[in-house]
Design a protein around this ligand. Structure first.
Ligand code: AR6
Length: 725
């Protein structure tokens, strides 16, 4: 696999698409082997079926044999079906981990009724694994107890869930038609049942040109997108499906926009304000089409609570008709206040369909957003305006103390007031749709203009950051290393080398951001510059370093070279390939706990020396130095090395992830929540009383004397370590 070169459009040097590993999921009798047979009989792509029932050549096969078989087939560039039950996440995890991004990882769940699987298993004869007859019923029943439908956060590029024979046929068609140079669109496909609760609810839309293999129902929707037909199809088949063209059009279009600025917005005026859905959907699509290209890589996402939302389905079909780029605009089912925590979709900006008084309550999305954001949103809104006229929008930066900020990564709420057609609400337009449509257009224009201004500001601040700090470092790397450049280097080491700039680094050549990753298998996953390798080298070769204060097989502890407080230690993980929190998975839980307990021990030791200190243990969401390291830092922040906003916010915003929370998240979800570096540019606030300060000297003067208690959120769950005094 290492040798396989795949370009960013998902093709290798010969223009072939990446091999695909399809992990089949289903009880005995769900039809996994038949699925493979039917696809392999017709497909032009080279497939290998890895079946645990047959891999042992007459003896019982093992998972290990399946893993080895799959790895070697993939290495030969073949695509594989993993034909075993794989019913729970743990069973699937080893297969997901088996390969890197050179291979597309798909899950196809044959989630058919238990009754059907049992009756098939009982009836069958000559089953490869000899699971048939009377014993089959009990086995199937038992196995189904641990069924866990796959989730995208397990690491799949694409998931298809089939809940009836029609869905299965659709999926067979899809994979049968997947030629050697085709690529299927990523995402979650298939029926979404209420028990599959944490699935990503992405509902993309169809494009005019249907890819091979979309199920009949889906193809029909795209060919005849009248409301009645589309709705009928959706209702009868509950197809929550999307099909894009299977081949990525160009390198540019295949760039992942996962981290792009994203606005989630509800349909304005169509619920409480009773605006006609057909007309509203026309306007949404018209406005999205107008703005989507102006917004560069930024994304627009229309959100609604229900997968049966008529407005989502209308918009999806109309957007498909217009061939709007589905990476930049798509529909999403979910609560707009929980898109990240429940849906895994990070939207830094959300829109609120508000009322003219800009007040909480009133139901709908307005009540939900004001309630989720907490009273601070009302205060921040009031500071901007006292009322809003229809057709207008107002951008409100969300203070970092809002739970929507810390929990969901929302940095701005844009309130927007649409036209009202509900006689029970103020300023009803009495069915005057000429006026109504005009106002609704204006409302979307104001909303998207507001979002564009946020995107612009963020881009400018990123550019400034890059110009100021990164270019300085380029010069440094290219030559002179005199005295005060040490400080310069330190500043740059502390900077947020955000992903955007990491790709810059790659382009700038070997001196600057060369990927020094030979030790982890040669994959150039990260562009770590040489100066940010210091911790890695310390962890791997502690004997070469003098500043180590503790060392074991698992960790190395040292004093931070540029402490940002009176006491500031680092606990380094001594594991290859663990560059940062992003790499941490469930398998690292024990290590995380070890790091925490070592950090805690040191905090306690330091508290014995000075019991006025308070400590916090945590990680930076995106570190500037390679190698997973836990900060153990006293909360006085009394240090000359703490020089700028980024320094402060990296320890005092949600960007700093408490070790206890990371442990909880990894044990529950297999990964830690990471916050975007954009947070680092937020305003300077005291970490105790949350008062705002214009610059670092003023902030430092304040924190030197602030006696306020720490916020309740920090006092919970052992996030702060202090002695009883
Ligand atoms: N997440 C996602 N979508 C939602 C949510 C949510 N939490 N809640 C509602 N929606 P509405 P309007 C969808 O009625 O018609 C308020 O009382 C909903 O299904 O909130 O513009 C205000 O105070 C629908 O598709 O907004 C105003 O007085 C969309 O959001 C008035 O209602 C908008 O529904 C505004 O009425």
């Amino acid at each position: 696999m290492d040798a396989m070169e795949i370009d960013s459009a998902g093709k290798d040097e010969e223009g072939k698409a990446k091999p695909v590993m399809v992990i089949l999921i289903g009880a005995p009798g769900s039809g996994k082997s038949t699925f493979c047979d039917l696809v392999m009989r017709v497909s032009t792509r080279p497939w290998v079926r890895i079946c645990q029932d047959t891999i042992g050549n007459g003896k019982a096969g093992t998972k290990k044999q399946c893993l080895t078989g799959a790895a070697s087939a993939l290495k030969e560039g073949k695509s594989v079906f993993i034909d075993r039950c794989n019913l729970d996440r743990e069973q699937r995890a080893d297969f997901v981990k088996l390969v890197g991004p050179q291979v597309e990882k798909h899950a196809v769940a044959l989630d058919l009724p238990a009754k059907l699987c049992i009756s098939r298993s009982v009836k069958r004869t000559e089953h490869e694994g000899n699971l048939q007859g009377g014993k089959a019923a009990a086995v199937v029943n038992r196995m189904l107890q641990k069924k866990e439908l796959p989730k995208l956060n397990e690491g799949y590029d694409r998931i298809t869930v089939c809940q009836d024979e029609k869905d299965v046929q659709g999926a067979i068609n899809t994979y049968t038609s997947l030629g050697p140079s085709d690529k299927l669109p990523p995402g979650f496909f298939g029926q979404k049942t209420s028990d599959a609760k944490v699935q990503l609810g992405i509902m993309k839309f169809l494009k005019k040109k249907d890819p091979p293999g979309c199920s009949d129902a889906v193809m029909n929707v795209s060919r005849d997108n009248t409301l009645s037909h589309a709705t009928k199809e959706k209702d009868s088949n509950q197809v929550l499906e999307s099909c894009e063209e299977p081949k990525m059009a160009s390198v540019g279009s295949s760039i992942s926009l996962e981290n792009a600025p994203t606005l989630a917005f509800p349909s304005i005026s169509t619920a409480d304000f009773h605006f006609n859905l057909e007309k509203a959907s026309d306007i949404i699509v018209e406005k999205v089409e107008e703005y989507v290209n102006k917004l560069g890589n930024a994304r627009l996402v229309l959100v609604d609570l229900s997968q049966h939302s008529k407005i989502l389905s209308l918009v999806r079909d109309k957007a498909a008709e217009k061939n709007i780029d589905s990476k930049k605009f798509f529909t999403f089912v979910g609560n707009i206040t929980k898109l990240y925590s429940e849906g895994g979709l990070h939207c830094n900006v959300i829109a609120n369909a508000t009322n003219w008084r800009l007040k909480p309550g009133g139901g709908g999305v307005n009540a939900a957003i004001f309630s989720a954001a907490g009273p601070i949103l009302e205060t921040a809104t009031k500071a901007k305006a006292g009322s809003l006229s229809s057709g207008k929008a107002i951008v409100v930066p969300l203070p970092s103390s809002s739970p929507l900020f810390s929990g969901e990564g929302v940095t701005h709420v844009i309130h927007v007031l649409g036209p009202n057609m509900n006689p029970q609400r103020p300023n009803c337009l009495d069915n005057d749709y000429i006026k109504g449509c005009k106002i609704l257009r204006e409302a979307y224009s104001s909303l998207f203009d507001g979002f564009a201004s946020i995107v612009r500001t963020q881009e400018e601040s990123c550019k400034d950051k890059f110009d100021k700090e990164f270019k300085g470092e380029v010069q440094l790397e290219q030559g002179s290393r005199s005295g005060d450049q040490k400080a310069k280097r330190e500043a740059v080491c502390e900077t947020d080398m955000n992903k955007k700039f990491k790709s810059f680094v790659k382009e700038l050549g070997p001196n600057v951001g060369s990927s020094v990753d030979g030790k982890t298998g040669g994959q150039s996953r990260k562009a770590w510059g040489s100066w940010v390798q210091a911790l890695y080298d310390t962890a791997m070769h502690p004997e070469r370093h003098k500043n180590i204060i503790e060392m074991s097989d698992d960790v190395v502890v040292l004093n931070d070279l540029y402490p940002k407080a009176q006491k500031h230690l680092l606990v380094l993980a001594r594991v290859e390939g663990l560059d940062s929190l992003e790499d941490v998975k469930k398998e690292h839980l024990t290590l995380l706990k070890t790091m925490h307990s070592v950090g805690l021990k040191w905090a306690e030791k330091l508290l014995c020396e000075n019991n006025s200190l308070t400590f916090r243990l945590g990680y930076h969401s995106v570190p500037s130095m390679r190698q997973l390291h836990l900060h153990v830092i006293s909360q006085d922040f009394n240090s000359n090395h703490l020089k700028n906003k980024k320094h402060w916010n990296s320890f005092n915003s949600p960007f700093f992830r408490d070790s206890v929370d990371v442990i909880d998240e990894v044990s529950q979800n297999g990964k830690a929540i990471l916050k975007d570096e954009n947070i680092l540019s937020m305003e300077l606030r005291c970490h105790r009383c949350r008062s705002a300060h214009p610059n670092i000297p003023r902030l430092k003067a304040h924190i030197g004397s602030c006696q306020a208690p720490f916020p309740a959120s920090l006092l919970q769950n052992g996030r702060l370590v202090f002695s009883e005094r």
